[in-house]
Every structure is written in structure tokens, then in C-alpha cells.
Ligand binder design. Sequence first.
Ligand code: SAM
Length: 239
Amino acid sequence: MGIDIEGGVRPCISTASSDLYRRQRRFFAQVYESGAATPWPSVEPTPALRRLARLVKRRKGSSRILDLGCGEGRHTLLFAHTGCFTVGLDYLAAPLRTVAQRARAKRLTSLIRLLLGDALMPPLKSGRFDVLVDSGVFHHLKKADWPIYLNRVLGLVKPGGYVHLTVFSARFKHYPGERRTRNWCVHRGHYDRFFVKRDFADIFSAQCEIVAIEEEHEGLNGFFHVLMRMRPTDAGPAG
Ligand SMILES: C[S@@+](CC[C@H](N)C(=O)[O-])C[C@H]1O[C@@H](n2cnc3c(N)ncnc32)[C@H](O)[C@@H]1O
């Protein structure tokens, strides 16, 4: 059975930074279209998300997962493999076609929906997901766009649902000896932001309880894997 790629990309919402975002989208498009290996793993899920997938599998009932900026779908396929209905959203068709092929090969098409769309304007209804996975999108958003992310993107998750972020830590380096004087830079046409541990409470605590923060640092790589739980809304407590 095949798998359709639904949707279409509307322009990014932040007009002030739209030129940078256009260049950023071109950067990602060139990465996928070059045929060379992507700078991040294409197939192997992160250990942190493997652990979350095991946790989700142990929970009773089925969970709905959103993999924001899913790329070639290493985490979309991971969660579908546990039996969860998983939506993979990306604003580029090329990686979504790869996810579709992989889903077919692994006979997971019935558990996966692929959406072509902008993460800041997700073509999805709010409060529908049990888990939001963001591996590598938030750290490419300018601070001016965080309120959109906090309201619109986190709003897709049910109260009591989980948000898992993987973002650059301040220890990440693009090349050996790289020196930075601030916590962001524009590198090869895309915006990167680098976080320290206390940032997550500052940014997310109004919407989320921080469950766990894990720092990974090896060679040039430096990442935070952050698990958060959506706070209950006024409508009722989280289950
Ligand atoms: C660093 S890659 C990570 C891919 C994947 N999440 C993974 O961990 O393998 C970031 C992905 O997010 C997508 N992306 C970045 N900004 C986006 C946006 N505003 N809307 C939708 N997708 C976006 C890119 O096309 C790219 O596939």
C-alpha cells in the first residue's frame, strides 16, 4: 500500500525574518537534494527517543505522535514501529518521499501520515497529540518566533501530554576551535541557537513541567534532550 504526502507549504509567518527563513529552507533543501549524507543521522534514532518510544509502548492505550520537522523520518518510523499513529511533518517534499519509501518497506504505512507544511503554521487541530517530538527544529527558530511555537505548536499537544526536544547545547561546534561571542549564529545560511540548561525552565515553564534534561557531548557534538510534560489547562487536570 502507498502513502500520500498531504498538504502544501504556506509562507512562513514571521515577515521580519522571512529572508533568513527562506535561506534556511534552501539550506535544508540542498542538504537533501545533494545526495550526500545529511549532517545528522538519517536512519538511527537518538537513544533518548528510543527510551521515550519504549515508555510510550508500555503505556496502556494507543498514543498519537507528531514528529515536527521529521526529515527522513528516523523518529516517525521509530514511533510507528511501536504501534503509535504518527504524523511526520516537514516543509520539504524530498525527505518526506524518503519516509514514504521507508514506511512502505517496513509495512508501516497504515500508522503514518505525512504532511508537507510549516512547523509554525501546522495544518493540524490543537490538542490532538499525546507526544510532540522536535528533533532539530526549535534551535533553528529565532527568539521572536518562540511565542508562536509556545502557543501554536505546543497547543497541538493534549494537557498532560509530552514534548521531547533535541536542541544544540552551547558546547556544539560546527568546526574544531569555533569561537562564538553570543548564543546564536547564522552558519551556511541557516540560523542556529545554542542553549544552556537553565534556558528550558525560562522558556517553557509557563506551558510545561520539565521532566528530564539530558546533555550529550562528544567531539564537536553538543545537544540537550529535554522531556517536558504539558501542564493541565483550566478545562481540567491532566490524566
Ligand atoms: C536538523 S533536521 C532534523 C530532521 C529529523 N527531525 C531528525 O532528527 O532526523 C531539521 C528538519 O526540520 C525541517 N524543518 C526546519 N524548519 C522547519 C519548519 N519551519 N517547518 C517544517 N519543517 C522544518 C527541515 O526540513 C529538516 O528536515
